[in-house]
Design a protein around this ligand. Structure first.
Ligand code: ZN
Length: 480
């Protein structure tokens, strides 16, 4: 009787899920390589069945790389415009497709997507065909020959490096993958791990130096709370032979999970690479969820503030140098005239006024951090740690309004939201004169002068100093 009732409830719940268009159970993806890594074969199986529907990759051009599609039973998967449509899978049935990795990799506009017999690097949207929503419990297995590895943003579900859980991030969020003859290394820290891949290139790569660079900057992140804000992040490093710039490009990607992609010049010295701001900037983006285009000034501002604060705490910069770099940034933002008279939120959403967007945002976080410390006995580090504990990783966009309201709730303040409203509506670069004077760093932007007797001089020093907890945690971290 009880069992009968339970199965009836399960039946009705299942029907409800079907009617609401939600896939009911997790899917299983299996990835295999063929033809010396030139082709990727993907099996998409549905242990509990899959209703008729469509798969998309998120990029209308990626049908170019599809070589073949077939499926079990009457699933009849076929291309239709930019979609793969199918007539449904019964429990245990699969559909299969193959992708031309070599052509997709050669389509990379910087010529870095393919190296013969070494690796293929793609966007997920080049090959990962998926339903609109990825059902909970969806997994992937990588079945590659010995000596071949994958770098994927998905969350490893065991220690093998070959099984993953696929989170349901929006299809429009880009992610990156690499498949090839390399080794994915795991660097473990308090709170999380980085899965690091150094892509092979035409020259031998200085592996120990690149790992030291990653470790130095990751330890700088640990000076915030002693822990990484995320349990897992993919790090894909693309070494550039013959390039003098230490890190000409870096980016955070959130499709399929949290990831950093970093391009580093092999002709830069180790000291130049270690001092460069790019890696600490990109790592700082891991403190916040994706905030959308309208929140770009907040997210870029947070990374621009922390890239200097963290490097000072880690001893990469002196505190004086970090203040002067922040001041120089504020000066560049202040001097950008092209967007004056327009609201910061509009400039930010319109991808204009880069310097004003980045450094107005950095001013926001400096002002907030100073106010938290001076008036509330807290710090930005501690509030962001609480946010990370509760909400990261985040697989959906947070509006800047919701993000700042949650920071106020976690801090017990009314600070982040009113400041957010004031900054977003501002048509000029923020006035930092009062903040500068209180901290004793000068009389205003581009008027730096240290004042040991300023009311908040101790706070100025504390912002750039390592907390005892974070020192202990960083020293205890074991990098493997
Ligand atoms: Zn950034």
């Amino acid at each position: 009787m009880v069992i009968d009732m339970a199965s009836r409830i399960a039946f009705w719940l299942g029907l409800l899920a079907l009617l609401s268009g939600e896939a009911q159970a997790g899917l299983d993806y299996t990835l295999r390589l063929h033809g010396d890594g030139t082709e990727l074969a993907v099996h998409l199986c549905a242990p509990d069945g899959l209703a008729a529907g469509e798969l998309r990759s998120g990029d209308r051009d990626s049908t170019r790389w599809l070589l073949a599609i077939d499926g079990d039973g009457s699933s009849r998967p076929r291309r239709s415009g930019e979609r793969i449509v199918h007539s449904g899978l019964s429990a245990g049935q699969c559909l299969r497709y193959r992708v031309d990795l070599r052509s997709a990799g050669r389509g990379d506009r910087y010529g870095l997507g393919w190296r013969d017999d070494a690796y293929a690097m793609q966007r997920l949207s080049d090959w990962f065909w998926r339903p609109q929503r990825i059902p909970a419990g969806t997994q992937a297995s990588v079945a590659f020959p010995d000596g071949w590895s994958a770098s994927l943003p998905w969350t490893p579900s065991d220690a093998s490096g070959r099984r993953y859980r696929i989170p349901d991030t929006p299809r429009s969020w880009e992610g990156f993958s690499a498949f090839g003859r390399f080794e994915e290394r795991r660097l473990d820290y308090p709170g999380g791990r980085l899965r690091v891949t150094l892509l092979p290139t035409t020259r031998p790569i200085p592996t120990p130096a690149l790992l030291r660079w990653l470790d130095l900057n990751t330890r700088a992140v640990l000076t915030s709370s002693g822990r990484l804000p995320l349990a897992d992040a993919q790090v894909l490093v693309v070494p550039l032979p013959g390039v003098r710039s230490p890190t000409p490009w870096g980016q955070v990607a959130r499709g399929g999970g949290s990831a950093l992609r970093l391009f580093t010049g092999l002709d830069a010295s180790e000291a130049e690479r270690n001092e460069d701001w790019t890696l600490s900037h990109e790592l700082s983006h891991l403190f916040h969820p994706y905030l959308g285009d309208g929140g770009r000034w907040l997210s870029e501002g947070l990374a621009s503030y922390y890239q200097n604060v963290l490097r000072a705490r880690a001893g990469i910069l002196t505190p004086e140098r970090a203040w002067s770099k922040l001041d120089a940034g504020f000066g560049r933002g202040h001097d950008e005239r092209s967007t004056r008279g327009q609201r910061l939120s509009e400039v930010s959403a319109g991808y204009r006024g880069t310097m004003r967007v980045y450094w107005s945002g950095a001013a926001y976080w400096l002002e907030a951090d100073a106010a938290l410390r001076e008036r509330h006995g807290q710090s930005l580090d501690a509030v962001l740690e609480r946010f990370a504990e509760r909400h990261l990783p985040a697989y959906q966009t947070w509006s800047p309004e919701r993000f700042t309201a949650e920071l106020d709730r976690l801090a017990g303040t009314r600070l982040f939201v009113p400041m957010y409203q004031r900054y977003a509506a501002d048509t000029r670069f923020p006035d930092l004169d009062d903040t500068y004077r209180r901290l004793g760093i000068g009389t205003g932007i581009q008027r730096l002068r240290s004042d040991p007797n300023a009311p908040a001089a101790a706070i100025r020093d504390a912002i750039m100093a390592r907390s005892p907890d974070s020192v202990r945690a960083a020293d205890a971290a074991v990098a493997r």
